[in-house]
Design a protein around this ligand. Structure first.
Ligand SMILES: [Mg+2]
Ligand SMILES: [Zn+2]
Length: 183
């Protein structure tokens, strides 16, 4: 495994469901993938200083509720909306497995972070992961980065599961402001 690049660029790794769009369960129809309020504004704040990635666990594929093609159509719709707003998502990483399969790529396992570090020269120690589950926070912390928990999506419901000291913000716009404030 290629290690993180201390000379590289920092990145923000964004969860999809509950973070960029609402968590609607198994989403096959791109028309349902509407960006949450503040997402575009937040990512515009980050885009000049951070590479942006989307990382999503899609257990619906393993469970037979979604095809990978359906997941990809929804993903393309999301990044298309962001691109139209001037925000580039550098790469999309999808784990299509169920947690029970014990694959290498299911968040919080850091495989995709290491892949991004190797393929895009990312400095993981200066990078962030953002999402509405505790595994989205643990994901970044596992590689020496910083995890931020948002209260959108399932965030409010899972808030009580967090380790003390976890960074918690209302939404992605607040996460972006916190990231910039931390330097
Ligand atoms: Mg989520
Ligand atoms: Zn996986």
């Amino acid at each position: 495994m290629t290690e993180s690049s201390p000379s590289g660029r920092p990145a923000v790794f964004l969860d999809r469901d509950g973070t960029l769009i609402d968590d609607l369960g198994y989403v096959a129809d791109p028309a349902r993938a509407v960006l949450l309020p503040g997402v575009v504004e937040g990512l515009r704040l980050l885009r000049d200083r951070f590479e942006l990635f989307m990382v999503t666990n899609q257990v619906g594929v393993a469970r037979g509720f979604l095809t990978m093609a359906e997941v990809e159509r929804v993903n393309e719709h999301i990044v298309g909306q962001l691109a139209a707003a001037g925000v580039v998502i550098r790469h999309i990483y999808v784990c299509p497995h169920d947690r029970s399969e014990n694959c290498a790529c299911h968040k919080p396992k850091p495989l995709f972070l290491h892949q991004a570090a190797a393929d895009y020269g990312i400095d993981l120690a200066r990078s962030y992961t953002v999402g509405d589950h505790d595994h989205d926070v643990a994901f970044g912390e596992a590689v020496g980065g910083t995890g931020i928990f948002v209260l959108t999506g399932h965030g409010a419901k899972h808030h009580h599961e967090l380790a003390p000291g976890t960074l918690v913000v209302p939404d992605l716009l607040a996460a972006a402001r916190l990231i910039l404030a931390r330097g």
